[in-house]
Design a protein around this ligand. Structure first.
Ligand SMILES: NC(=O)c1ccc[n+]([C@@H]2O[C@H](COP(=O)([O-])OP(=O)(O)OC[C@H]3O[C@@H](n4cnc5c(N)ncnc54)[C@H](O)[C@@H]3O)[C@@H](O)[C@H]2O)c1
Ligand SMILES: [Zn+2]
Length: 365
């Protein structure tokens, strides 16, 4: 005989949050943060490149208000986004007696946001955090949607959670301190947003390429707001990626294959650009888009100096093999997200391998 006792935990959760976007607002944002989350202790997590530029502005504002504030600076770079670093940060939180009423402030790019968010998700079973993204990629992509994670030696973003921040504060002026080489890293994710969801946004990027390249703050604000609106709309419909959220993976099936086969020596965003070109060519070959749409997509990539070609040294069969490791692959069938026009995509499209191969070879010439 057994006795059945139900532990009834039906919940309605409201994880809504606001994203603030502006220029030169870093110091003023602190007022918002403090108003929003009345914490006993504020704990800034940042990396060795970002903190020297922007960390003290935040720390000093908090100190001026008489608040308890600590900071942790980890060595900049993806190689820091791991379980060991997460544990070191957690130990430091414990050492500083940070309680459940602490607030983590993630100040930096996607690496910082992903790792600090994951620390927040598990420290004392979850404490609040806010994000202050400082790269274009983190402003238009990684700070929205609540995916937080660290990498392992075997795979990226393998250990993580869905954990939403209390707020995100975007100050476009922080982009000015980025090294020239990566200042537009994230533009391909924004272009992707246009192709999958919003033709007007795509045209806006096309028409403002020069201003974007010079980081014109007004245009950057509109660029970032546009992407945030698209990504957050998609995430609102499907937070846990059971359906629609998959469309955000456009460009990522071939993109990830190229990224992995080149041993992560090409920036993720550039690989997404290469993936956008490749998957658009697949769509053209399948008759899903016409040549003029394909040309528009290639032109926008080129206007940002993104190569619309696949490195010649990669074996097309190896690329195809890698696509099977894609997270959208179910029952050994690769599912593609492919455009049907600018602003619209189909997802879960099965593509004959011969077409993928043709497209890859064509983009290698
Ligand atoms: N959570 C998500 O949904 C999501 C989505 C896309 C990418 N990501 C993750 O984002 C990460 C990549 O993000 P990233 O490109 O921002 O990398 P990053 O955080 O490493 O930043 C790139 C480089 O720029 C430096 N930097 C950042 N802001 C700066 C500033 N304002 N001034 C000077 N230097 C600055 C950093 O120190 C680093 O060297 C990856 O780990 C990826 O997995 C997550
Ligand atoms: Zn991406």
């Amino acid at each position: 005989m057994s006795v059945n006792i139900q532990v009834c935990l039906k919940k309605q959760i409201d994880d809504s949050y606001n994203i603030f976007v502006g220029k030169e607002i870093l110091a003023a944002q602190i007022n918002e943060i403090v108003k929003m989350v009345k914490a006993n202790c504020y704990y800034i997590i940042s990396d060795s490149n970002v903190y020297p530029f922007h960390g003290n502005t935040i720390k000093e504002e908090l100190i001026k208000k008489g608040l308890k504030v600590f900071h942790y600076i980890f060595p900049a770079g993806e190689q820091s986004k791991n379980r060991q670093m997460k544990a070191m940060i957690e130990d430091d939180l414990i050492k500083n007696k940070a309680g459940r009423d602490s607030l983590i402030i993630a100040l930096g790019g996607g690496v910082t946001g992903d790792m600090a968010g994951f620390v927040a998700a598990t420290y004392q079973r979850g404490i609040p955090f806010v994000q202050i993204p400082t790269t274009l990629l983190s402003m238009v992509d990684s700070s929205i949607g609540g995916k937080v994670a660290v990498d392992t030696d075997l795979a990226k973003n393998m250990i993580g959670a869905f954990y939403q921040p209390k707020a995100v504060f975007v100050d476009v002026s922080t982009l000015k301190t980025l090294p020239e080489k990566i200042k537009l890293n994230g533009i391909c994710e924004a272009i992707k947003h246009g192709i999958i969801f919003d033709a007007k946004y795509f045209d806006f990027i096309t028409n403002n390429a020069d201003k974007i390249k010079s980081l014109d703050e007004k245009v950057m604000i509109d660029l970032i707001i546009g992407s945030i609106k698209i990504k957050s709309f998609v995430v609102e419909q499907d937070e846990k990626e059971k359906g629609l959220r998959q469309i955000l993976n456009f460009g990522h099936t071939i993109g990830h294959a190229v990224e992995s086969l080149t041993n992560y020596t090409i920036l993720h965003d550039t690989c997404v650009g290469i993936g956008i070109a490749s998957e658009s060519l697949i769509a053209l070959k399948l008759g899903m888009i016409n040549k003029s749409i394909f040309d528009k997509i290639i032109d926008i990539l080129k206007s940002f100096d993104i190569p619309a070609t696949i490195p010649k040294e990669l074996n097309p069969d190896s690329i195809i093999e890698k696509t099977y490791l894609d997270k959208k692959t179910k029952s050994n069938v690769v599912k593609y997200v492919l455009p049907t026009e600018i602003g619209k995509v189909d997802f879960e499209v099965e593509v004959p391998e011969s077409i993928v191969k043709e497209a890859v070879i064509q983009l290698q010439n």
